[in-house]
Design a protein. Structure first.
Length: 234
């Protein structure tokens, strides 16, 4: 879930407009009748773009809500693990390396142990490893957002926005694919059956890769801030 800002407002509109445009295309006759009714009611032409933006934004918010909860559900049931799990355990994911991952894990676990039951990332905790990594990542986020430089925060925001937008875009494309399957059109272009799944695959893979970069920045910034604290004490 992304916070409210002008940039995020525009991103919600973009992903919502994709579905809205396709819905208009699905029901072209109904849309043309709607335009005729607006003329009969003497509705200003300037209201239509505003209405389009508002509806697109609402659809974008709904898409973001569904994607956020769906992702959380997949992680909770163990279908997928967050990138922080792999980065903390192995030090790399999809060729993206987290340097000093053992030291970072040790520092974060020591910090987390001050207010929780999770002492470290032991093999005996196999059933709880996913929950442990989620908790430790939250500790890392709190630690990073307090002490990151402005440049680091800009980088974090950039990758997080790219991750959320790509994730929501993939869900929008998936919804359109389902609409194509269950709502065929007479003038339907069969090429969309090949293009849309490809775009969906690119969007979902891009989203996960941006998520890995975001997690690496979060985790990596904690050890830097740790070093800064040591230098300050000296």
């Amino acid at each position: 879930m992304i916070g409210f800002s002008y940039k995020n407002f525009m991103l919600q509109i973009i992903q919502g407009s994709i579905i809205l445009i396709f819905l208009i295309y699905l029901n072209e006759n109904g849309y043309l009748n709607f335009l005729e009714n607006t003329k009969s009611f003497k509705i200003s032409d300037s209201i239509l773009p505003i209405l389009f933006i508002c509806i697109s934004f609402i659809i974008g918010v709904i898409i973001d809500f569904i994607a956020d909860n769906l992702e959380g559900l997949l992680i909770k049931i163990g279908f997928m693990k967050p990138p922080s799990y792999h980065l903390l355990k192995k030090g790399n994911r999809w060729g993206i390396v987290l340097a000093h991952h053992r030291k970072i894990l040790e520092n974060l676990c020591n910090t987390a142990a001050e207010n929780s039951e999770y002492k470290h990332f032991k093999n005996s905790h196999d059933k709880n490893k996913n929950n442990i990594s989620n908790y430790i990542f939250q500790v890392a986020k709190n630690h990073a957002f307090r002490e990151c430089s402005d440049y680091q925060k800009e980088q974090l925001e950039s990758f997080f926005t790219l991750y959320i937008f790509s994730r929501n875009l993939s869900l929008s494309l998936l919804i359109i694919i389902f609409l194509l399957v269950f709502c065929p059109m007479p003038n339907f272009q069969w090429i969309l059956f090949f293009v849309l799944p490809f775009l969906f695959l690119v969007a979902i893979l891009s989203s996960y890769r941006y998520f890995i970069y975001y997690a690496r920045l979060i985790l990596g910034s904690t050890i830097k801030s740790k070093e800064k604290k040591t230098q300050t004490k000296r």
